[in-house]
Design a binder for this molecule. Structure first.
Ligand code: GLN
Length: 321
Protein backbone atom coordinates (compact mmCIF):
# COMPACT_ATOMS: atom_id res chain seq x y z
CA UNK A 1 0.00 0.00 0.00
CA UNK A 2 1.10 3.58 -0.67
CA UNK A 3 1.01 5.82 2.39
CA UNK A 4 1.68 9.50 2.86
CA UNK A 5 2.59 11.04 6.20
CA UNK A 6 3.05 14.71 6.97
CA UNK A 7 5.77 16.02 9.24
CA UNK A 8 3.02 17.48 11.43
CA UNK A 9 1.53 14.00 11.89
CA UNK A 10 4.92 12.66 12.86
CA UNK A 11 5.53 15.50 15.31
CA UNK A 12 2.12 14.90 16.87
CA UNK A 13 2.85 11.16 17.24
CA UNK A 14 6.13 11.95 19.02
CA UNK A 15 4.47 14.47 21.34
CA UNK A 16 1.62 12.08 22.16
CA UNK A 17 4.04 9.22 22.80
CA UNK A 18 5.95 11.44 25.21
CA UNK A 19 2.79 12.48 27.07
CA UNK A 20 1.49 8.89 27.24
CA UNK A 21 4.73 7.35 28.44
CA UNK A 22 6.24 9.94 30.74
CA UNK A 23 4.47 8.68 33.85
CA UNK A 24 5.00 4.98 33.19
CA UNK A 25 6.46 3.39 36.27
CA UNK A 26 8.26 0.10 36.26
CA UNK A 27 11.80 -1.00 35.63
CA UNK A 28 14.93 -0.11 37.58
CA UNK A 29 18.18 1.62 36.64
CA UNK A 30 21.07 -0.70 35.79
CA UNK A 31 22.39 -1.52 39.25
CA UNK A 32 25.50 -3.56 38.36
CA UNK A 33 27.27 -0.37 37.23
CA UNK A 34 27.24 1.94 40.31
CA UNK A 35 27.24 5.17 38.27
CA UNK A 36 24.13 4.17 36.33
CA UNK A 37 22.26 3.19 39.48
CA UNK A 38 22.39 6.85 40.57
CA UNK A 39 21.14 8.56 37.40
CA UNK A 40 17.80 10.38 37.82
CA UNK A 41 15.20 7.73 36.84
CA UNK A 42 12.68 10.36 35.71
CA UNK A 43 14.75 11.61 32.77
CA UNK A 44 12.95 10.91 29.51
CA UNK A 45 13.43 12.09 25.94
CA UNK A 46 12.45 11.13 22.40
CA UNK A 47 14.15 12.35 19.25
CA UNK A 48 13.42 11.49 15.64
CA UNK A 49 15.43 12.33 12.52
CA UNK A 50 13.93 12.41 9.05
CA UNK A 51 16.09 11.83 6.01
CA UNK A 52 15.97 15.49 4.95
CA UNK A 53 17.64 16.37 8.26
CA UNK A 54 14.49 17.46 10.12
CA UNK A 55 14.74 16.65 13.84
CA UNK A 56 11.77 16.33 16.14
CA UNK A 57 12.73 16.24 19.82
CA UNK A 58 10.67 16.17 22.99
CA UNK A 59 11.83 15.99 26.62
CA UNK A 60 15.38 15.45 27.89
CA UNK A 61 16.96 14.99 24.48
CA UNK A 62 20.12 16.99 25.27
CA UNK A 63 20.99 15.09 28.44
CA UNK A 64 24.23 13.11 28.10
CA UNK A 65 23.69 9.54 29.26
CA UNK A 66 25.92 6.46 28.98
CA UNK A 67 25.64 5.08 25.45
CA UNK A 68 26.51 1.58 26.72
CA UNK A 69 25.49 -1.18 24.32
CA UNK A 70 24.16 1.16 21.67
CA UNK A 71 27.88 1.83 21.05
CA UNK A 72 28.11 -1.71 19.66
CA UNK A 73 26.17 -0.59 16.60
CA UNK A 74 28.53 2.28 15.85
CA UNK A 75 31.70 0.22 16.22
CA UNK A 76 30.17 -2.63 14.19
CA UNK A 77 29.76 -0.06 11.40
CA UNK A 78 33.42 0.92 11.81
CA UNK A 79 34.70 -2.63 11.38
CA UNK A 80 32.25 -3.24 8.52
CA UNK A 81 33.87 -0.20 6.86
CA UNK A 82 37.40 -1.33 7.65
CA UNK A 83 37.05 -5.03 6.81
CA UNK A 84 33.85 -5.51 4.76
CA UNK A 85 30.72 -7.54 5.46
CA UNK A 86 32.20 -10.96 4.65
CA UNK A 87 35.16 -10.64 7.05
CA UNK A 88 32.91 -9.48 9.92
CA UNK A 89 30.69 -12.51 9.34
CA UNK A 90 33.71 -14.84 9.42
CA UNK A 91 35.61 -13.25 12.29
CA UNK A 92 32.67 -12.45 14.59
CA UNK A 93 29.37 -13.69 13.14
CA UNK A 94 25.84 -12.40 12.55
CA UNK A 95 23.67 -14.69 14.64
CA UNK A 96 21.29 -13.93 17.46
CA UNK A 97 22.27 -15.56 20.74
CA UNK A 98 18.79 -15.57 22.33
CA UNK A 99 20.60 -15.00 25.61
CA UNK A 100 21.52 -12.04 27.84
CA UNK A 101 24.05 -9.49 26.53
CA UNK A 102 26.88 -10.69 28.75
CA UNK A 103 26.22 -14.42 28.44
CA UNK A 104 29.23 -16.68 28.75
CA UNK A 105 26.98 -19.63 27.98
CA UNK A 106 26.39 -18.14 24.50
CA UNK A 107 30.14 -18.21 23.84
CA UNK A 108 30.45 -21.80 25.02
CA UNK A 109 27.55 -22.85 22.79
CA UNK A 110 29.11 -21.24 19.71
CA UNK A 111 32.78 -21.39 20.47
CA UNK A 112 33.76 -21.06 16.85
CA UNK A 113 32.72 -17.40 16.88
CA UNK A 114 31.26 -14.80 19.29
CA UNK A 115 27.90 -14.73 17.41
CA UNK A 116 27.41 -11.05 16.68
CA UNK A 117 29.13 -7.69 17.26
CA UNK A 118 26.01 -6.57 19.14
CA UNK A 119 26.53 -8.62 22.32
CA UNK A 120 29.40 -8.06 24.75
CA UNK A 121 31.55 -10.90 23.41
CA UNK A 122 31.31 -9.81 19.78
CA UNK A 123 31.68 -6.15 20.71
CA UNK A 124 34.95 -6.80 22.56
CA UNK A 125 36.08 -8.80 19.54
CA UNK A 126 35.02 -5.89 17.29
CA UNK A 127 37.13 -3.46 19.36
CA UNK A 128 40.07 -5.82 18.92
CA UNK A 129 39.58 -5.63 15.13
CA UNK A 130 39.52 -1.83 14.90
CA UNK A 131 42.45 -0.51 12.87
CA UNK A 132 45.21 0.60 13.38
CA UNK A 133 46.16 -2.68 15.03
CA UNK A 134 48.33 -2.55 18.15
CA UNK A 135 47.79 1.19 18.67
CA UNK A 136 45.44 1.90 21.54
CA UNK A 137 45.31 5.65 20.92
CA UNK A 138 44.86 5.27 17.16
CA UNK A 139 42.06 2.76 17.68
CA UNK A 140 40.30 5.07 20.13
CA UNK A 141 40.57 7.96 17.65
CA UNK A 142 39.00 5.74 14.98
CA UNK A 143 36.14 4.81 17.35
CA UNK A 144 35.37 8.33 18.55
CA UNK A 145 35.74 9.89 15.08
CA UNK A 146 33.30 7.30 13.75
CA UNK A 147 30.86 8.29 16.50
CA UNK A 148 31.20 11.92 15.46
CA UNK A 149 30.59 11.19 11.79
CA UNK A 150 27.53 9.04 12.50
CA UNK A 151 25.99 11.39 15.08
CA UNK A 152 27.00 14.64 13.39
CA UNK A 153 28.62 16.01 16.55
CA UNK A 154 31.42 15.17 18.95
CA UNK A 155 30.97 13.00 22.07
CA UNK A 156 33.20 12.45 25.07
CA UNK A 157 33.68 9.78 27.68
CA UNK A 158 31.88 10.33 31.00
CA UNK A 159 34.97 9.82 33.18
CA UNK A 160 33.09 8.81 36.29
CA UNK A 161 31.10 6.20 34.36
CA UNK A 162 34.29 4.88 32.75
CA UNK A 163 35.89 4.49 36.19
CA UNK A 164 32.77 2.87 37.58
CA UNK A 165 32.62 0.33 34.73
CA UNK A 166 36.34 -0.39 34.74
CA UNK A 167 36.26 -1.20 38.45
CA UNK A 168 33.32 -3.60 38.16
CA UNK A 169 33.55 -5.29 34.73
CA UNK A 170 34.61 -8.71 36.02
CA UNK A 171 32.25 -10.64 33.76
CA UNK A 172 33.54 -8.83 30.68
CA UNK A 173 37.11 -9.66 31.71
CA UNK A 174 36.14 -13.35 31.74
CA UNK A 175 34.49 -13.00 28.34
CA UNK A 176 37.57 -11.35 26.85
CA UNK A 177 39.96 -14.04 28.06
CA UNK A 178 37.62 -16.86 27.05
CA UNK A 179 37.43 -15.38 23.55
CA UNK A 180 41.22 -15.14 23.49
CA UNK A 181 41.31 -18.88 24.10
CA UNK A 182 39.06 -19.32 21.04
CA UNK A 183 41.32 -17.05 18.94
CA UNK A 184 38.59 -14.45 18.61
CA UNK A 185 40.48 -11.49 20.04
CA UNK A 186 42.54 -9.94 17.26
CA UNK A 187 44.70 -7.53 19.27
CA UNK A 188 45.98 -7.16 22.83
CA UNK A 189 43.29 -8.48 25.24
CA UNK A 190 43.36 -5.85 28.04
CA UNK A 191 43.54 -3.11 25.39
CA UNK A 192 40.52 -4.48 23.51
CA UNK A 193 38.50 -4.80 26.70
CA UNK A 194 39.47 -1.28 27.76
CA UNK A 195 38.39 0.16 24.40
CA UNK A 196 35.06 -1.62 24.77
CA UNK A 197 34.58 -0.29 28.32
CA UNK A 198 35.54 3.20 27.22
CA UNK A 199 33.16 3.25 24.27
CA UNK A 200 30.32 2.08 26.53
CA UNK A 201 31.10 5.06 28.81
CA UNK A 202 30.68 7.67 26.09
CA UNK A 203 28.09 10.30 27.00
CA UNK A 204 25.52 10.70 24.24
CA UNK A 205 22.22 12.52 23.83
CA UNK A 206 18.98 11.14 22.41
CA UNK A 207 19.19 13.69 19.61
CA UNK A 208 22.71 12.52 18.68
CA UNK A 209 21.55 8.90 18.63
CA UNK A 210 18.57 9.83 16.47
CA UNK A 211 20.95 11.37 13.91
CA UNK A 212 23.03 8.18 14.00
CA UNK A 213 19.86 6.13 13.44
CA UNK A 214 18.93 8.48 10.61
CA UNK A 215 22.35 7.95 9.01
CA UNK A 216 21.76 4.19 8.98
CA UNK A 217 18.21 4.65 7.69
CA UNK A 218 19.61 6.93 4.98
CA UNK A 219 22.04 4.30 3.64
CA UNK A 220 25.16 5.74 5.26
CA UNK A 221 24.71 9.44 4.45
CA UNK A 222 24.29 11.58 7.57
CA UNK A 223 20.99 13.43 6.97
CA UNK A 224 22.15 16.47 8.96
CA UNK A 225 25.78 16.93 7.86
CA UNK A 226 25.20 15.25 4.44
CA UNK A 227 28.52 13.41 4.87
CA UNK A 228 28.74 9.90 3.41
CA UNK A 229 29.83 8.03 6.52
CA UNK A 230 29.68 4.50 5.15
CA UNK A 231 28.92 2.72 1.88
CA UNK A 232 25.27 2.15 1.07
CA UNK A 233 25.62 -1.63 0.80
CA UNK A 234 26.63 -1.84 4.48
CA UNK A 235 23.32 -0.32 5.68
CA UNK A 236 21.26 -3.53 5.27
CA UNK A 237 24.02 -5.48 7.02
CA UNK A 238 23.98 -3.31 10.14
CA UNK A 239 20.17 -3.17 10.18
CA UNK A 240 20.05 -6.96 9.94
CA UNK A 241 22.34 -7.26 12.95
CA UNK A 242 20.17 -4.81 14.89
CA UNK A 243 16.93 -6.58 14.00
CA UNK A 244 18.25 -10.01 14.95
CA UNK A 245 19.68 -9.23 18.40
CA UNK A 246 19.09 -5.60 19.36
CA UNK A 247 17.06 -6.50 22.45
CA UNK A 248 18.97 -9.72 23.28
CA UNK A 249 16.67 -12.49 24.52
CA UNK A 250 13.63 -10.24 23.93
CA UNK A 251 14.41 -9.33 20.34
CA UNK A 252 11.70 -11.48 18.74
CA UNK A 253 9.02 -10.05 21.02
CA UNK A 254 10.28 -6.55 20.30
CA UNK A 255 10.22 -6.95 16.52
CA UNK A 256 6.80 -8.60 16.67
CA UNK A 257 5.23 -5.83 18.72
CA UNK A 258 7.07 -2.74 17.46
CA UNK A 259 7.96 -3.43 13.81
CA UNK A 260 11.24 -1.51 14.03
CA UNK A 261 14.81 -2.83 14.28
CA UNK A 262 16.24 -1.24 17.43
CA UNK A 263 19.22 -1.49 19.75
CA UNK A 264 19.20 -0.83 23.48
CA UNK A 265 21.83 0.07 26.06
CA UNK A 266 21.76 -0.24 29.86
CA UNK A 267 22.19 3.54 30.11
CA UNK A 268 18.52 3.68 29.06
CA UNK A 269 18.97 4.55 25.39
CA UNK A 270 17.28 2.87 22.43
CA UNK A 271 18.14 3.56 18.78
CA UNK A 272 15.63 2.50 16.10
CA UNK A 273 16.04 2.39 12.32
CA UNK A 274 13.32 2.41 9.67
CA UNK A 275 15.34 2.01 6.45
CA UNK A 276 14.61 4.65 3.85
CA UNK A 277 12.37 6.58 6.21
CA UNK A 278 13.63 7.73 9.59
CA UNK A 279 15.81 7.18 12.63
CA UNK A 280 14.48 7.43 16.17
CA UNK A 281 16.01 7.38 19.65
CA UNK A 282 14.48 7.41 23.09
CA UNK A 283 16.07 7.56 26.51
CA UNK A 284 14.85 6.76 30.04
CA UNK A 285 17.05 4.99 32.65
CA UNK A 286 14.75 2.35 34.23
CA UNK A 287 15.20 -1.05 32.52
CA UNK A 288 13.28 -4.29 32.24
CA UNK A 289 14.83 -7.63 33.22
CA UNK A 290 16.66 -7.95 29.86
CA UNK A 291 18.31 -4.52 30.28
CA UNK A 292 16.07 -2.60 27.87
CA UNK A 293 14.57 0.79 28.81
CA UNK A 294 10.91 0.40 29.76
CA UNK A 295 9.78 3.89 28.74
CA UNK A 296 11.93 4.09 25.61
CA UNK A 297 10.39 0.86 24.36
CA UNK A 298 6.87 2.07 25.12
CA UNK A 299 7.51 5.42 23.42
CA UNK A 300 8.93 3.97 20.20
CA UNK A 301 6.17 1.37 20.00
CA UNK A 302 3.58 4.08 20.47
CA UNK A 303 5.04 6.18 17.62
CA UNK A 304 5.18 3.16 15.30
CA UNK A 305 1.62 2.13 16.08
CA UNK A 306 0.19 5.64 15.79
CA UNK A 307 1.80 6.18 12.41
CA UNK A 308 1.04 2.65 11.22
CA UNK A 309 4.70 2.05 10.40
CA UNK A 310 6.61 -1.22 10.40
CA UNK A 311 9.61 -2.55 8.54
CA UNK A 312 7.65 -5.62 7.44
CA UNK A 313 4.40 -3.83 6.56
CA UNK A 314 5.14 -3.83 2.84
CA UNK A 315 4.01 -0.22 2.50
CA UNK A 316 5.64 2.46 0.42
CA UNK A 317 5.72 5.46 2.70
CA UNK A 318 6.30 9.03 1.64
CA UNK A 319 6.90 11.84 4.13
CA UNK A 320 5.80 15.30 2.98
CA UNK A 321 5.92 18.78 4.54
N1 GLN B 1 28.90 -1.75 29.44
C1 GLN B 1 27.79 -2.65 29.62
C2 GLN B 1 28.31 -4.04 29.85
O1 GLN B 1 29.24 -4.40 29.23
C3 GLN B 1 26.88 -2.60 28.41
C4 GLN B 1 25.73 -3.56 28.49
C5 GLN B 1 24.48 -3.09 27.81
O2 GLN B 1 24.27 -1.91 27.60
N2 GLN B 1 23.57 -4.01 27.56
O3 GLN B 1 27.83 -4.78 30.63
Amino acid sequence: MKKTLTKAQIRQAVEEAYAECKDIKGGVNAHYIPFLANVNPDLFGISLTLLDGTQISVGDTEYKFGVESVSKVLTAILILKQYGAEAVLKQIGADATGLPFNSIFAILLENDHPSTPLVNAGAISACSMVKPQGDSWGKWEAIINNFEALCGSRSEVLDELYRSESETNFQNRSIAWLLKDYNRIYDDVPMSLDLYTRQCSIGITASQLAVCAGTIANGGVNPVTKEEVFARDLAPKITTLISSVGFYQNTGDWMYTSGIPAKSGVGGGVLGVLPGLLGVAAFAPPLDEAGNSVKAQAAIKSIMNKLGLGVFNGDTVEIVD
